[in-house]
Write a protein that binds this ligand. Sequence first.
Ligand SMILES: [Cu+2]
Length: 242
Amino acid sequence: MTARLGSALVLATLPASAGAGLQSAIDPHSPTASEIDAIGWLLYWGAAVIFVLVMALTVYSMSGSERAGRLLGHRRAVLIGGLAFPVVLLSALLVYTLRIAGDIVTPSEPPALRIEVVGEKFWWRVNYLTEAGHVDVATANEIHLPAGRLVEFRLRTTDVIHSFWLPNLAGKVDMIPGRITTLRIRPDRPGVWRGQCAEYCGAQHANMAFLAVVETPEDFDAWLTAQRQPARPPAAYSENRR
Ligand SMILES: [Cu+2]
């Protein structure tokens, strides 16, 4: 019990920077991920304040003081604390989160690039699309993105439900058989982040991970051009054939 309380206290005092990492929702690197991060911290601190308040009132109610009994046992206290307060607070939170969800889903401008990601058992097929929607270049388990550019992901699956989750850059979006879901991401700077399938999809689900490599737009264009070239056999292979 003491150990659990100790680790809870350590968690509570961690600075926000402690979450910095390869795969972390509290180390956001896109406007969308920053908004989700802000909702997370608001809920975390809001819940912490309400918890402390409720515990303080509980202790006060058990103190045996007559005044506490009069105040907390009054009908008005029950109506305000038990009904009005949660209704007002939860309604405000609903409006706030719906507004952010609207910002995330509604495109503010046309995307600079469209990428189709197909969930397969148990890997990720990544198709870079031309303006006409044809496959330009395809990769597996690695997604290259240009920093500062808005990218639209078209997410689909060929088998079961998977969930595309790249926490440093966006929230998770399900890939549902027979449907195409979309997600828009504007990575803020070059870097490498890790994503994974967030919906149990079978025995190898835990191995269904990918890397997102965010590069400067120039490096990204060079990478895309190189990918369009026919694959060359490795040097060792050509030597063996000689
Ligand atoms: Cu999966």
